[in-house]
Every structure is written in structure tokens, then in C-alpha cells.
Design a protein around this ligand. Structure first.
Ligand code: HMG
Ligand code: MG
Length: 302
């Protein structure tokens, strides 16, 4: 049976904007977070505390975390690849701390090297003290698992590799994980296998689907996941995004498109689609382009 309710984490401010060549002002990022929470998003991935040499667009992380106007009931998350990033994320007063941090590993060895400059095993060694430090402060911990279906360097990824990574994440205390199709090559059966492999270590409530729409399969993959009982998804308003270390990875599936799918199936998201479309238009105007969302376009040209 399908879930009756779905929670969406909008990753637009982070996954969406990290790959933008043009500098996006912190004010616009803050405005985007505001638009998303006004649209009813209850989880927002705001920024990442990574090396500014690796991802210059996220260099204003502290400024953005300082500038957002927090709303009760909204969970704000940030990426922290190592203790240095975690320390930077909690350098501000407590009220500016993230509610959740995300450590990000990969099911592919080659992608781990390209993205975070270390092996999978080394990444887990680096994450472990970050997880401990976060949990000790009452900050929740999520683990992103990239390339769970395919890798830009290694090609197809076996489900066993996903299960292996999920087990390592569980072993260091990561509370929930994202099954990410970083380059959007997945199709429903492959995505299901990746989720099944994850289910060996995490319950269905602790698994979220993170699909990119590169090959136009993200909604199919979303539906396939829903049928397995997955009810947490990550998507990006206006279809923003792509990972700088995954060439050819286009945006995450557009939140507008996912919301339209879910509402059409009678599944509750708590999101106001019109306001969500406005948030997507807002950031797209900053970027000087149209939102990459079929639903946004269709509704605006109706
Ligand atoms: P490294 O070069 O191996 O790190 O990078 P290092 O420890 O050797 O340090 C080198 C320099 O970086 C030093 O500075 C450090 O202080 C600094 P220097 O002495 O040369 O001036 N440094 C930092 N600065 C700020 N914040 C930090 C930090 N750590 C070290 N946290 C590192 C290793 C992990 C830092 C680097 O590879 C990195 O930042 N990678 C981030 C890549 C990234 O953000 N990728 C995108 C996110 S993942 C993604 O999008 C996929 C996802 O959405 C799921 C999906 O779609 O599949 C999650
Ligand atoms: Mg992504």
C-alpha cells in the first residue's frame, strides 16, 4: 500500500545551487529558503560546510545560516564532510546551528575519490567523529549515499555496494540515509534493488529517495519507491542542480513535479503548489532562466 503522507526535503539551496557558475548572492539563497518554508516545506537543505576551493558557491554558508529566518517545525540541514566542516557549522550561536547534518559518502570508490578526495573506508573514518560530535549536541545525522545506481566513472553500481555503504553508515551511528541516483541513470527495478539493499540496515522510515532527472526517470523512480513504502524524498525546486563532481548530472527532480504527482495520487505533502512555483520562479529569475519543471511551466502558461 502506498503511504498516505510524504515528506519532502528540498535540497535546492544546497544541491541545487552548488554547481552554479555565476555567484548567487547570499540574499537570494536566504530568499529561496524563505519561499520554500512559506510554501510548506518542513525540511530544507540549506548549504554545505565544504572546502570553498572545491565548491566556491557554498563559501557563504555561515552568512546564509545566519540570515535565514527560522520557522518553528522546519528542519534545516547542512552538509559536513569532516570535523572541520562540522566545527564551522556550529561556530555560530546555538540558535544558528543546523538541526541536522549530512555526511555524504558514495557507493562507488571512484566517485568517493573525486567528490571528497578519499576512499569509502577513509570517508567513514572521517564521518565517525562528526556523527559522534553532532549526536552529542542533539543534532540529527543523515547520510547521503551517492551513486547508488550508477557512477560517472565506474558505470553501473551493484546493489551489494549500496548495502555495504549502508552498513558502514549504520555502524557509525548515522540515523537515516538517502539513496541517491546522483547521475539520474536509474530505472525502477534498479532503484528498487538499491533500496532493498539499504533495507538490510535501515527501516523504511529511515530511507529517503534522492533522484536526479537526467534521463527523465525520476518520477518513475519516485513511484517505484512509493510502492515499496518509501515516504521521504529529496527534490529541488525548479529542478535546480547537479553535483560538480558528477559531470552531466542535471538537476534533481523538480519539487513541483513530485508534489503534483503526489497530490494527484491523494498523498498529503503539506505543500502549497502555487507558492512552491513562486519560490521556483523567484530563484530562476535570479539565475536568469526558466524553472526546469514541467508542472511549473504548465501551470504558469495555463
Ligand atoms: P581535501 O583537499 O582532501 O581536504 O578535501 P584536506 O583535509 O586535505 O584540506 C585541504 C584544505 O581544505 C585545507 O585548507 C583545509 O583547511 C580545507 P588549506 O590549508 O589548503 O588552506 N578544508 C576545509 N575548508 C572548509 N570546510 C571544510 C574543509 N575541509 C578541509 N569542511 C574535502 C576534502 C572533503 C574538504 C573536499 O573534498 C570537499 O570539500 N569536497 C566537497 C565536495 C562537495 O561538496 N560535493 C558536492 C556535495 S555531494 C553531492 O552533491 C551529492 C548528493 O547531493 C547526493 C547525490 O546527488 O547523489 C549529496
Ligand atoms: Mg543530488
Amino acid at each position: 500500500t502506498l503511504p498516505t503522507r510524504v515528506k519532502i526535503i528540498d535540497v535546492g539551496p544546497r544541491d541545487g545551487l552548488q554547481n552554479e557558475k555565476q555567484p548567487v548572492p547570499a540574499e537570494a539563497k536566504i530568499g529561496l529558503v524563505q519561499g520554500l518554508q512559506e510554501a510548506g516545506l518542513r525540511e530544507i537543505e540549506v548549504t554545505s560546510f565544504v572546502s570553498p576551493k572545491w565548491v566556491p558557491q557554498m563559501a557563504d554558508n555561515a552568512q546564509v545560516m545566519h540570515g535565514i529566518r527560522r520557522q518553528d517545525g522546519v528542519r534545516y540541514s547542512v552538509l559536513t564532510p569532516n570535523l572541520k566542516g562540522f566545527e564551522a557549522a556550529i561556530a555560530a550561536p546555538r540558535e544558528e546551528w543546523p538541526d541536522e547534518i549530512v555526511v555524504f559518502g558514495a557507493a562507488s570508490e571512484a566517485f568517493s575519490q573525486k567528490n571528497i578526495n578519499c576512499s569509502i573506508a577513509e570517508s567513514i573514518e572521517r564521518f565517525a567523529p562528526v556523527v559522534d560530535a553532532a549526536l552529542a549536541r542533539g543534532i540529527a545525522v543523515r547520510g547521503a549515499m551517492s551513486c547508488t545506481v550508477g557512477c560517472p566513472y565506474e558505470g553501473e553500481i551493484a546493489p551489494e555496494k549500496v548495502g555495504y555503504l549502508a552498513g558502514l553508515m549504520k555502524g557509525i551511528g548515522v540515523q537515516r540515509v538517502d539513496v541517491a541516483d546522483t547521475i539520474g541513470v536509474g530505472t525502477p527495478l534498479k532503484v528498487r534493488r538499491a533500496i532493498e539493499a539499504t533495507l538490510a540496515h535501515y527501516g523504511i522510515d529511515a530511507i529517503s529517495g534522492h533522484f536526479h532527472d537526467t534521463y527523465g526517470q525520476a518520477l518513475s523512480n519516485t513511484l517505484a519507491s512509493l510502492e515499496m513504502g518509501v515516504w521521504n524524498f529529496q527534490s529541488s525546486v525548479a529542478g535546480l542542480g547537479g553535483c560538480p563532481y558528477a559531470k552531466g548530472a542535471t538537476g534533481n527532480v523538480a519539487t513541483e513535479d513530485v508534489v503534483y504527482l503526489l497530490h494527484g495520487m491523494g498523498i498529503d505533502t503539506g505543500i502549497d503548489l502555487d507558492k512552491l512555483i513562486d519560490a521556483g520562479v523567484y530563484i530562476s529569475e535570479v539565475l536568469g532562466r526558466e524553472p526546469h519543471s514541467r508542472v511549473s511551466k504548465a501551470i504558469r502558461t495555463k
